[in-house]
Design a protein. Structure first.
Length: 288
């Protein structure tokens, strides 16, 4: 069986250092901040990003340059027979579609996965791909499995501020002002395609309960698990690690811990929702 390389992007939350340790290639996502180009985890740290975001900098997301992607593929194919490329959800970025189009010139050696995940759920897909590659699966088999099971995950996010939804035009200034006045904490969801409204709460405590109840319902109704068995439950956050650690304790007290992971939310999402956000995710485990 040929050797298979795994490629992802920094939206997975896998750092450059972790990627080297795990033998995974991580493409850094580019950002324009006040019209200057930065690359996540290369010359833009989490701390620098939030400093610029909260300082009112103009931030826009971009997608990796085609030439950078193909240069990486060409380099890997000198040592590997095939590549599995796992970008962020196609519903949140055009980078997946672009990578797929370019891969058509590689005669089946590069399989781009439209896995429709991001952050810790995308990370779980990458780890699953590594596991399958180690077991001897080829690139097509890995891609087919990841696409078949792409909706076997769920994400709920609560926001600490409405300011960045307003800046991005996702809610009107009037709605943002009213929500701030009433101290509304929106609860959003990602179910593959896009970031959507789910519910709202008046306090962070209630917002976390809404997310926990939503995860319970998904475990029971979608993943055939009452207590989290057979699923990975993970926590993601923006800026405030301490709040994420506290939320982890609450989640672990409710569900079986199958190896809960905490990771910062992708900066591609963070620039739209701002600091102080918390997320909980569930991803169904692969049965080998």
């Amino acid at each position: 069986m040929g050797k298979v390389a795994i490629v992802t992007d920094s939206n997975s939350g896998i750092t450059q250092s972790e990627g080297k340790d795990m033998n995974i290639s991580v493409i850094p996502m580019p950002f324009f901040i006040d019209d200057k180009l930065y690359y996540e985890d290369i010359d833009l740290t989490q701390e620098q990003f939030y400093e610029k975001l909260e300082g009112g900098a103009k931030i826009s997301t971009s997608q990796p340059a085609v030439g950078d992607v193909t240069a990486l593929w060409d380099k890997l194919l000198k040592d590997y027979d095939q590549i599995v490329h796992i970008p962020m959800s196609s519903g949140l970025s055009s980078s997946c579609e672009t990578a797929y189009m370019v891969s058509q010139d590689y005669e089946g050696k590069v399989c781009v996965v439209n896995n429709q995940r991001i952050s810790v759920t995308q990370r779980r897909s990458v780890m699953c791909a590594m596991e399958m590659a180690d077991e001897g699966a080829n690139a097509e088999e890995i891609r087919d499995y990841l696409e078949k099971t792409k909706f076997d995950s769920t994400i709920y996010i609560t926001l600490n501020t409405l300011e960045y939804l307003k800046k991005g035009g996702r809610i009107t200034p009037a709605a943002a002002a009213l929500g701030t006045l009433l101290k509304i904490k929106p609860v959003l969801q990602i179910q593959g395609e896009k970031l959507d409204a789910f519910s709202k709460a008046r306090t962070m405590k209630l917002a976390k309960k809404i997310m926990t109840d939503a995860i319970k319902a998904d475990l029971k109704n979608r993943f055939d698990s009452k207590d989290g068995s057979g699923c990975y439950l993970d926590i993601a956050y923006t800026k405030d690690r301490d709040a994420a650690e506290e939320f982890k304790k609450e989640i672990v007290s409710e569900f079986k811990d199958e190896g809960l992971f905490i990771n910062p939310l992708s900066l591609s999402i963070s620039c739209h929702i701002g600091p102080g956000a918390l997320a909980v995710t569930a991803t169904k485990m692969r049965k080998a």
